[in-house]
Design a protein around this ligand. Structure first.
Ligand SMILES: Nc1ncnc2c1ncn2[C@@H]1O[C@H](COP(=O)(O)OP(=O)(O)O)[C@@H](O)[C@H]1O
Ligand SMILES: [Mg+2]
Length: 261
């Protein structure tokens, strides 16, 4: 029987080599997979309350999709499944091939860092100026001061709020606050942007402006998903519209498009 060759590795390497169980499983996203798939998803918040009941939908990279439907239809639940604020009770949700329902708690922060999330209530820090609100979020994910100084003004310009960089949130209109919230969601240049009722408190003119900012981001390659009951504004933006009713997808402008000849 051949003897083992001498082991010239260092002590730590030898110790590592002795750990012969497989390396920890990493869930790796697969660029070849469809981007987002909801497969017959049910979400039960309690025995009697269901957020979704059999929703099925597929979204490709680079799309701009509106989720429309009345209050309680399940629009926010669709977005929450992607941020893992909710998990499917049955069915399956995948993002770039990753089964989100099987994600562990400790994997959730990394998932959320891949997306920009625009919360319904803006959630700005009231005692910090506009630029500080965005800078704070950048520093929180480990950006250096130099990166912050370079990037914050560019992001604020991108959403047309650069001229109010020194204002405090209470000095801004609802539309301006919404733009700061969008800027903050863009700090990591996320491939996916999620917005829940981004025009909820805005008048029609400012609503359209916000949707147009999101549409421009989409034209630069970001996949954008927007839950909105603001059907008038949604209709003006002319993107894919998915209707959610009673926890299911009941119509989809993409599948209704006439077949090309
Ligand atoms: N955290 C929760 N706990 C219990 N029920 C919830 C929760 N979130 C949503 N729901 C219920 O799930 C259903 C769908 O809600 P939601 O996804 O927020 O709808 P939408 O965004 O279309 O208004 C509603 O009946 C709602 O009351
Ligand atoms: Mg909602």
């Amino acid at each position: 029987m051949p003897s083992h060759p001498p082991d010239h590795r260092g002590k730590r390497q030898r110790a590592a080599g002795r750990l012969c169980h497989p390396p920890p499983r990493r869930r790796v996203s697969n660029p070849a997979s469809p981007y987002i798939v909801f497969e017959n998803v049910e979400v039960r918040y309690s025995p009697l309350v269901r957020g979704l009941c059999g929703a099925t939908l597929r979204i490709e990279r680079g799309e701009f999709v509106f989720f429309v439907g009345r209050t309680g239809a399940g629009k926010s639940t669709l977005l929450k499944l992607l941020t893992r604020e909710a998990a499917p009770t049955s069915g399956k949700v995948t993002l770039a091939g990753i089964d989100l329902g099987r994600l562990r708690e400790r994997e959730i922060p990394a998932l959320r860092r891949q997306m920009g999330i625009i919360p319904q209530d803006f959630a700005l820090l009231p005692r910090k100026r506009v630029w500080e609100n965005v800078a704070y979020a950048m520093r929180a994910v480990g950006a250096t001061r130099k990166e912050v100084r370079r990037r914050v003004p560019a992001i604020l310009e991108q959403v047309n709020i650069g001229h109010r960089a020194d204002a405090f949130p209470h000095q801004l209109s609802g539309g301006e606050q919404q733009r700061v919230a969008i800027a903050r969601a863009l700090i990591n240049d996320p491939p996916l942007l999620l917005a829940d009722e981004p025009t909820g408190n805005l008048d029609p003119e400012h609503s359209l402006e916000i949707m147009q900012i999101l549409a421009r981001l989409n034209e630069r390659g970001t996949t954008v998903l927007v839950a909105s009951h603001d059907v008038l504004t949604v209709a003006k933006v002319n993107r894919r519209i998915v209707t959610v009713e009673g926890g299911q997808v009941t119509s989809d402008s993409k599948s209704e498009a006439p077949a090309r000849v």
